[in-house]
Structures are given as structure tokens and as C-alpha cells.
Design a protein around this ligand. Structure first.
Ligand code: NAG
Ligand code: NAG
Ligand code: NAG
Ligand code: NAG
Ligand code: NAG
Ligand code: NAG
Ligand code: NAG
Ligand code: NAG
Length: 908
């Protein structure tokens, strides 16, 4: 009987599927599955060859426990009982098919058929798919047919789109796959689904009604031993949009502090609740907010949602209903003061941090129609203070001095476990304790980059000591035919070689053969990535010596420059028989923007032959990328690491097609969202396995892992080259780039410890205990640090990174940099980029009428600085400018200034 029903129904459903146009969904071509009515395929009408859903591998995803869009999960109990019951439409699947009924404008299903244990409850659950003004609407109605009240303690709508890279080539994944990013913002929450290409239509998912707030984003457990894999490098997995979470908060999520207060819903006898989602199309990533604004309130923060204590950030809100109140949690952590109305539709606010507050803060914006919007902020110490605290932490708490160490790791800045407040001297992922790979080199890399921008004599002295005793001759080979080669780890697992050394039994050293490296594996010199860390350490010391001539005591600045150059040269050159010396010379490397600066310094210090050779080596790599459909290879099947280097050298060698492809790819995986954790958070989800604490070593979406700081570099550089950097499309890039740049500031805790990333699973929500691979993120932070002044088409004068004041007549704009370095400014109105290598830009002014710019520069420990400047936007923007200060001395690498001074730029 059951079987017959199914057969009849599938015919019926074929008709329903065939009859999609009857739902009048003009934005999509949509297909549902026959036996459960979940979403199978969702193609935008504007380009129906593309499918947001993984319909081509659906056959591998139709088993019990595999979630699709259109499923529902929920906890419920009769009020008064303490035990939660659980309903899950994916649990049964083929054994309990769900019938669907189509009418002219909807396809409805009673889900009780797919929820067999519900039979004993009085809940009646129905689902409906329908058209809504051209969009697709999904709704669930839960009705209480009994005579006792029922509490719904969780209500999750699983979301499945095609983020499955398994078995796809890089080119195919780029063509077919998408990323999903959440704004966990209650009634104003949304999801965005963007293509890996970063171009073309994006999918926007908003709450269907006032009962459908976005309270939490829950990772969904699924069977993992399946053909496509699950929660693996090529398939991160799926999440659910949670409307209520109190049952989860009481149980699985007990130990975490949630993003939003957990709620439940009570259904009195006879009552019902309808929740749902609306699926719309935005024509590109830059149009996502406009689409969201058609349905729910929108928030735009400048420079983002990270507020250093000396910065006034701005928040702009647009909504149909007026704002009735704004509450701050914890109380008084932020102050929010109205600063104007824009375009008759946006309300602006100044947002400043209390000096007593630090870390997570939630703004609860209440609208007059009763809806709530949550904007999630992070309060940090002022950036220079955070940088100085980090430098101190790295060179004190993380300074390892035991020279009896059998692996020769002392003295060094070594990996740290913040929970134990101790060094990580052992780990079965040997590199983490071995001063190499990002996971083990991250800490000395951060310490070296810190000296490049804010040299401190005792810190420099320690790093010079580390170079002399641990790097040169141990981590790096210093004689013979492999001089300058960098090893993969100084620490290794080989008990017979260190008979008196006790390996910690806490780790299983033999569980993954080959992963706990023996000496031979640890001493391999083929991992090109590792050369970036060592060259950056040398370069940081070179820069410290250049700007503070007395600070180096063991070697000259030229020696460090030469070491940096030779390390790079070794890593990307070929042996005399034409074989590459290392294994990843042909992909973009994390942090290699520093190599671009090194190249400029070789020219500046008058090493033209070395510079030319380095250019030749880089050009050989860029030539490969120019010919590749997908030039973003790495050690992983898909990655967000190669784009930075590919962009840098493609720009350098004037290959704008490849440079543009790189920034498009980044736009796909780096969103702007009113939440400090997701704004500019470039997708990373597996490095907790390779660089994080063993206790939480798992595949998990990472918040502000190094993708943020690094991918910000090309986004910001590309932003400055826009023909009109004050257009909304250009400012979109500035927003994601600046968000990425601010990310690494959040990793630094109140005492200066830098964590490798934040755990985003709602049962965790803490910073990882390991310093791990924070170094590349910090590298991105300091190389990208700058203050941008923009006349926004809607909001007027705003700064990304500075505090702005406009004179009463509106003609004089004054901006005080509040970024980490305070030596780089960009004036968007005239595409003017100015950079100094020492001293501090205290403030700059722009005369909006004459375009004259005046820059006030102070020097503390230095009387001299070198200034370089450029008008980056081509001819389109403003007059040609020239520096007008009298006492400029031209040097090979720019103009020398004597500090303190004021430099003016006037129209030619
Ligand atoms: C469940 O709800 C559906 C749709 O509202 C209704 O047609 C059906 O009669 C209900 N079933 C029960 C058992 O109440
Ligand atoms: C993945 O590819 C391999 C090799 O081509 C093939 O044997 C396997 O069936 C594929 N798996 C899936 C799930 O497509
Ligand atoms: C230094 O390292 C050696 C070798 O591992 C060890 O025996 C000794 O206890 C360490 N000393 C300190 C002070 O930790
Ligand atoms: C880090 O320290 C904590 C607290 O002592 C400990 O529980 C944890 O196991 C440590 N991690 C490692 C990998 O040693
Ligand atoms: C260096 O010399 C050793 C010993 O002859 C040889 O095994 C190794 O391959 C050489 N390395 C390079 C990079 O030429
Ligand atoms: C390290 O040891 C832990 C057990 O302590 C084990 O779970 C893990 O798989 C091991 N990892 C590696 C890379 O060997
Ligand atoms: C380590 O893992 C291996 C392989 O699974 C297992 O045989 C061994 O018993 C484990 N050792 C410890 C100490 O748990
Ligand atoms: C090194 O060799 C590779 C081929 O293996 C080649 O593609 C590359 O251009 C060579 N590099 C240089 C700098 O000649």
C-alpha cells in the first residue's frame, strides 16, 4: 500500500516539478526531490546553466542523515517536562517518503510522514514552497493540536548549497561551486551564497517573516564515511539557520557564550507557528546588501566592526521601521551616538569603545515594529598598543632559552599554549614545536614583522641572537651546496636519536605514520612556504636597522638584506640541471608580499644585479600563472592562500587579467557582514588540524585565521587602483579589505598573546590556545595597515582607519590615523597614496576645494624618514599632484624628510 502511494506520488510530483512555472518564480528554475520534497536544484533565471545546489552529486547525498535545504530540525517538550524530544526530517529519508501536493502557487507537504516518532505528540508540521514576488519562499508551520502547551527549544532550517569540491578539478570547482556565509543578526540576519569565481549572481537568503530571526548558525553532523566525504578539506559540510536555540544552549552548547541570547517559542493548545526563508538573487557580490535591504534592515560599519580604543567607528542603519532603542551588551562597553541622517534613509552613529572594555560586544538595535538586529563588535586595544604588547609577549613569555634542548631550538621565539601558559616544546605535529611550517614559525615571523614597523632594541637584540644561534646554521643550512636551504622542522620524533629525551605520552606519536616526522623528514628542505618566514625575519631586522641605525649589534643591515635575498633566491631558483630546488616554488606563497618589499629595498640600497635576478625569478613564476585557468594552487585541493602572491606579481608584471582574476576569487570567499568575526574573514577551515591546539584539532570554520590579513593585501592594493575609488563598487573592496586587515587585531588578547584563530562552532566560540600560525596574519596586518580617507557617495567623509573631522563650512577635512603603523595614507578624492618609512603621521588635512593635502609628520626616535608617493587611480581622478615642501631631498628610494615636518601636496 505504502509503495503504491509512493509510485503514484512520484508521478504526481513529476507533474508538480514539471509545473514549476505555475509557482511563478521568475528569479529561478527550481527542482525538488520526488520522495522528500527538499530542494534539489536552484538555478538563477538570468544564467540557468549555473546551479547553486549540488544536484550533480545528489545521488550520493540522499541517505538518512544527509541534510538538504527544505529539511527541518527541532527540539520540543510539553511545558513542565524537562526532557527535550528531537525531530529531524533528514533522519529517516527513504524509509519514510513525504508526499507533496501542488497547487497553482505552492507545493505543500505534511512532514509528519518523515518524522515517525512525532506520532506520539500533538505536533503537526507542514512545509510549503511557493513564489513570492519572483523569489522563492520556504515556510514551515508547526501546529499544536493537543491540549497542553508545547515549547520549541530549537528550530533549525538546514542549508545545503554546492560547496562540495570532492572529485572536482580546481577549474571545475571554480565553475560549479559556491560558498555560504552567515550574518547571525536576528531579524536582520541573512545568508549569502557566492560563487567561487567571485562574479555572477549571488543568492541572498533572508527571514521570511518576523518569527524567523537568525539566532545561531549550527554545524550539522552527517555520516562521514560516504563517497563524497564530509567535514573534510574538499567538503567543509553544511549548517543550519537556527531560529530558536534554548534547548541547545542548555545542553550541547552549555559551555559557550552564544552570539545571541537563546530563545524558545511556546505553542499553546491549538496555536501554530510559521517560520521560513526567502531566496532572492543579487546580480553580484556588490549588490547583496541592496537586495537584503528590500526585505530587512541593513547595517554598514566603517571601518568595520573592530573598534580599537582610540578610534571612533561609524555605523549606518537603513530600515523601513524607525529605530526605537539601541542597547549594548555588556552594558557601557560601547557608546553609540547619533551623527546624522543620510539620503533620507540611513541613520548614522558614532561608535566608541570604553577603555574598560575588551573583546566581544553586541549591539541590540530595536526597531519600532518590534524587530531586533544584532551587530557584533570587537573592542581591541589601540593598534600600536596591541602591537607593542604582542612584541613583548613574543620576546618574553614565548622566549625559549634552554640551550640544553637536544633539538637546538634555543634561544628562540617558540609556539605557546595559552591555556597552560607555557611553551609548546612537544607536539606529534612535529613542525608546531619545530620552528617551521606556518604552525611552528608563526611566532618568530610575527616577532620579526613587528620589528619592521616598531623596532624595540631589546626585542631586536633577542631576534639577532636567535638568528645567530638557531636560524643560521640550524633551521637554515649555512654551508655547502645547500647553503640558504630552510628545514621543515628542528623538532622530530625519533627516540633512538635522543635517548635521554622523554617524548610526552599525551600524544600518540605513531597513530598517523609519517606525520610525526623523524629527523630525515623534519630536515627536508623542499617546502617553499618555509622560506617566506625566514626571509621575513631577516627583512624585519634589515628594516629595523635602516630606520634605527644604532639598533643592530651583531650584523649590519646589509647582511640581513643579503640573507633575505639569498633565502628567496634559493627557494625559487633551479639547480644547474634545471630542477626546481623546492616543491612549491610555482604557487602563490603566504606572506610573499614581503618579497615585493624586499625587491624594492634591493633597488633602494643599490643592489641592481640582485634585484634584477630576483625579478627574473619572480617573472618565471608569474609566467606560469598567466597561462593557467586556475592559478591558485597550494598543498590543498582548494585554498585561499595563493591569491595574494599571484596578485602581487601579476600586478608587478602588468598582467591585469590574472590580477583581476585573483581579486575576483577573493571577492567570492571574503564577505562584508556586520559581525567582527565574519567581516573580511577569508574562508579557512582546516588549519586547526595543522597549527591549532590538539584538544580542538578539527575541521571547523575559522574566524580570522591568516586568510584575513593576507587576502586583505591584494584587495586594498586593488582598491587604490580603481578609476574611481569613491564609487560604491570600489568602496565594497575597501570594506572587505579593511575588514580582513582588522581581523588580526582581534587575535591579540589583552596581555599581548596572539592566537592562531577563533573557533566558530556554537558549542565552542573561543580563541584557540595555540599561537600556531598567527604570524602570517600579523604580517598581513602590518603590511596592510594604512588610513583611508573617502568621500562616500551616501555617508560623506568617512575614514577607514582614522578619526575624521570636517570644518563647519565642509571644506576642510582633517584625519588622524589610528591604524597600527600610521605611516601610510590614501586620499581617495585624488587617488593619492603617501608612505613614509619611519616617524608617525599625526594627522593630515584635505582642502576639499583646492585638493591641497597637508601631512604632519613627527619623529620620536628618528629625525629622518623617506617618503614615497603615487597617484594610483590613473587619469580619471582629480588633478595631478606634486609635493610642495621646500626642503625635500631626492634619494634613490624617495624623498628624505627631516622630522618633525609638514609636507604639502598641491595640484600641478
Ligand atoms: C496538519 O496540517 C495540515 C495543513 O495545515 C492539515 O491539512 C491537516 O489536517 C493537519 N493534520 C492534523 C492531524 O491535524
Ligand atoms: C571520485 O573519483 C573516483 C576516480 O575517478 C571514482 O572512482 C569515484 O567513484 C568518484 N566518487 C564520486 C563520489 O564521484
Ligand atoms: C632543559 O632541557 C633539558 C633537555 O630536554 C632538560 O633535561 C632540562 O630539564 C631543561 N631545563 C629546564 C630548566 O627546563
Ligand atoms: C595546553 O594546556 C592545557 C592546560 O594545561 C592542556 O589541557 C592542554 O592539553 C595543552 N595542550 C597541549 C597540546 O599540550
Ligand atoms: C648537494 O650535495 C649532496 C651531496 O653530494 C647531494 O646529495 C645533494 O643533492 C646536493 N644538493 C643540491 C641542491 O645540489
Ligand atoms: C596526536 O596524538 C593524538 C592523541 O593524543 C591523536 O588523537 C592524533 O591523531 C595524533 N596526531 C597526529 C598528527 O599524529
Ligand atoms: C597509537 O595509535 C596506534 C594506531 O592506531 C595504536 O596502535 C596505539 O596503541 C596508539 N598508542 C597509544 C599510546 O594510544
Ligand atoms: C625552473 O624550472 C622550471 C621547470 O621545471 C621552469 O618552469 C622555470 O621557468 C625555471 N625557472 C627559471 C627561473 O628559469
Amino acid at each position: 500500500m505504502k509503495l503504491l502511494t509512493v509510485a503514484v506520488l512520484s508521478l504526481y510530483l513529476d507533474h508538480a516539478v514539471f509545473a514549476q512555472s505555475e509557482l511563478s518564480i521568475s528569479s529561478f528554475e527550481v527542482k525538488f526531490t520526488e520522495d522528500s520534497g527538499v530542494l534539489r536544484s536552484l538555478r538563477p533565471s538570468t544564467g540557468p546553466s549555473f546551479d547553486f545546489s549540488p544536484s550533480d552529486v545528489f545521488q550520493y547525498r540522499n541517505e538518512a542523515g544527509q541534510y538538504h535545504t527544505g529539511d527541518l530540525t527541532f527540539h520540543y517538550r510539553t511545558t513542565g517536562s524537562s526532557q527535550w524530544q528531537y525531530g529531524d526530517t533528514a533522519a529517516c529519508r527513504k524509509k519514510c517518503p513525504i508526499a507533496s501536493h501542488s497547487s497553482a502557487d505552492a507545493i505543500t507537504s505534511n512532514l509528519n510522514e518523515g518524522l515517525p516518532h512525532l506520532e506520539s505528540s500533538s505536533l503537526n508540521v507542514t512545509r510549503s514552497w511557493s513564489g513570492q514576488a519572483g523569489d522563492l519562499a520556504l515556510s514551515f508551520t508547526i501546529e499544536n493540536n493537543g491540549d497542553e502547551a508545547i515549547e520549541l527549544g530549537s528550530l533549525g532550517m538546514p542549508i545545503e548549497f554546492n560547496n562540495i569540491f570532492t572529485n572536482r578539478s580546481a577549474t571545475e570547482a571554480t565553475e560549479k561551486c559556491v560558498f555560504v556565509d552567515p550574518y547571525i543578526g536576528l531579524d536582520a540576519g541573512f545568508l549569502q551564497v557566492t560563487r567561487l569565481t567571485g562574479t555572477g549572481p549571488s543568492l541572498v537568503i533572508t527571514p521570511l517573516n518576523d518569527a524567523s530571526k537568525f539566532e545561531a548558525w549550527q554545524f550539522l553532523e552527517e555520516p562521514e564515511d560516504v563517497p563524497l566525504g564530509y567535514r573534510i578539506q574538499t567538503y567543509e559540510g553544511n549548517y543550519a539557520y537556527q531560529v530558536h536555540t534554548s534547548a541547545l544552549a542548555e545542553t550541547q552548547w552549555r559551555d559557550a557564550e552564544p552570539w545571541n541570547p537563546p530563545t524558545s517559542a511556546v505553542l499553546e493548545a491549538g496555536e501554530s507557528l510559521t517560520v521560513g526563508l526567502r531566496f532572492s538573487v543579487a546580480s553580484g557580490v556588490q549588490q547583496i546588501e541592496d537586495k537584503v535591504a528590500e526585505h530587512v534592515p541593513v547595517a554598514v560599519g566603517t571601518p568595520g566592526y573592530v573598534v580599537p580604543q582610540d578610534l571612533t567607528a561609524k555605523l549606518f542603519l537603513k530600515s523601513r521601521s524607525d529605530i526605537s532603542s539601541i542597547n549594548v551588551y555588556p552594558k557601557h562597553a560601547l557608546s553609540v551616538a547619533g551623527c546624522g541622517t543620510y539620503d533620507n534613509s540611513w541613520k548614522g552613529f558614532d561608535v566608541t569603545a570604553s577603555l574598560k572594555a575588551f573583546g566581544r560586544v553586541r549591539l541590540d538595535i530595536v526597531y519600532e515594529d518590534g524587530t531586533h538586529q544584532a551587530v557584533h563588535y570587537w573592542i581591541a586595544h589601540s593598534s600600536p598598543k596591541a602591537v607593542s604588547e604582542l612584541g613583548s609577549f613574543l620576546t618574553h613569555e614565548q622566549w625559549y632559552t634552554n640551550t640544553s634542548d637536544p633539538f637546538g631550538r634555543a634561544p628562540s621565539v617558540i609556539t605557546y599554549n595559552r591555556t597552560a601558559d607555557d611553551y609548546v616544546l612537544q607536539d606529534n605535529r612535529t613542525w608546531i614545536a619545530g620552528l617551521s611550517d606556518e604552525g611552528g614559525a608563526g611566532s618568530f615571523l610575527a616577532a620579526g614583522m613587528k620589528q619592521a614597523i616598531a623596532p624595540n632594541a631589546p626585542e631586536v637584540a633577542k631576534l639577532e641572537q636567535m638568528v645567530e644561534q638557531v636560524v643560521w646554521g640550524r633551521l637554515q643550512i649555512s654551508s655547502g651546496n645547500e647553503t640558504y636551504a630552510v628545514r621543515k622542522s628542528l623538532f622530530y620524533y625519533q627516540p633512538e636519536l635522543v635517548p635521554n629525551y622523554e617524548y610526552d605520552p599525551y600524544f600518540n606519536w605513531t597513530i598517523n605514520p609519517g606525520e610525526s616526522w623523524d629527523k630525515e623528514a623534519a630536515y627536508l628542505i623542499d617546502r617553499t612556504y618555509d622560506y617566506v618566514h625566514v626571509s621575513a625575519l631577516y627583512w624585519g631586522l634589515y628594516r629595523a636597522g635602516r630606520t634605527n641605525p644604532d639598533i643592530l649589534s651583531r650584523h649590519s643591515k646589509e647582511w640581513y638584506l643579503s640573507q633575505a635575498y639569498n633565502t628567496v633566491r634559493y627557494s625559487v631558483s633551479n639547480t644547474s640541471d634545471g630542477t626546481p630546488r623546492t616543491g612549491y616554488w610555482d604557487v602563490g606563497l603566504m606572506g610573499e608580499t614581503v618579497w615585493g618589499l624586499l625587491l624594492a629595498d634591493l633597488y633602494a640600497e643599490n643592489y641592481p644585479e640582485e634585484a634584477a635576478h630576483m625579478e627574473h625569478l619572480m617573472q618565471a613564476r608569474q609566467a606560469l600563472w598567466a597561462g593557467q585557468a586556475d592559478p591558485f594552487g597550494s598543498e590543498m585541493a582548494w585554498d585561499s592562500t595563493g591569491e595574494e602572491g599571484v596578485y602581487y606579481w601579476s600586478r608587478y608584471f602588468n598582467d591585469s587579467a590574472t590580477a583581476d582574476k585573483s581579486v575576483n576569487a577573493i571577492r567570492g570567499y571574503m564577505p562584508t557582514i556586520p559581525h567582527w568575526g565574519w567581516n573580511g574573514n577569508a574562508r579557512r577551515y582546516w588549519d586547526f588540524l595543522y597549527a591549532g591546539s590538539i584538544d580542538l584539532a578539527r575541521i571547523e570554520r575559522q574566524i580570522h585565521h591568516y586568510g584575513s590579513g593576507l587576502n586583505a593585501l591584494p584587495m586594498l592594493d586593488n582598491y587604490r587602483r580603481h578609476a574611481d575609488p569613491q564609487s560604491l563598487d570600489a568602496i565594497y573592496d575597501l570594506r572587505i579589505g579593511y575588514g580582513g586587515n582588522q581581523g588580526p587585531l582581534t587575535n591579540i588578547d589583552e596581555d599581548g598573546f596572539g592566537s592562531m584563530a577563533f573557533h566558530s562552532y556554537p558549542d565552542t566560540l573561543i580563541w584557540d590556545a595555540y599561537s600556531g600560525d598567527y604570524g602570517p596574519n600579523f604580517l598581513g596586518h602590518v603590511l596592510g595597515a594604512a588610513t583611508y580617507l573617502v568621500d562616500h557617495p551616501t555617508f560623506g567623509w568617512v575614514s577607514f582607519g582614522g578619526n575624521v573631522k570636517v570644518s563647519e563650512d565642509g571644506l576642510m577635512v582633517r584625519c588622524e590615523p589610528r591604524d597600527a603603523v600610521r605611516r601610510r595614507i590614501f586620499v581617495a578624492a585624488i587617488s593619492l597614496w603617501v608612505e613614509i618609512d619611519a616617524g608617525t603621521i599625526e594627522y593630515f588635512t584635505l582642502d576639499a576645494k583646492t585638493q591641497q593635502v597637508k601631512i604632519s609628520v613627527s619623529g620620536e626616535s628618528t629625525q629622518r624618514t623617506v617618503m614615497v608617493w603615487e597617484q594610483t587611480g590613473g587619469d580619471a581622478k582629480g588633478p595631478k599632484m606634486k609635493p610642495a615642501t621646500k626642503d625635500l631631498k631626492q634619494r634613490t628610494n624617495g624623498y628624505e624628510l627631516t622630522l618633525p615636518t609638514t609636507v604639502s601636496f598641491t595640484a600641478e
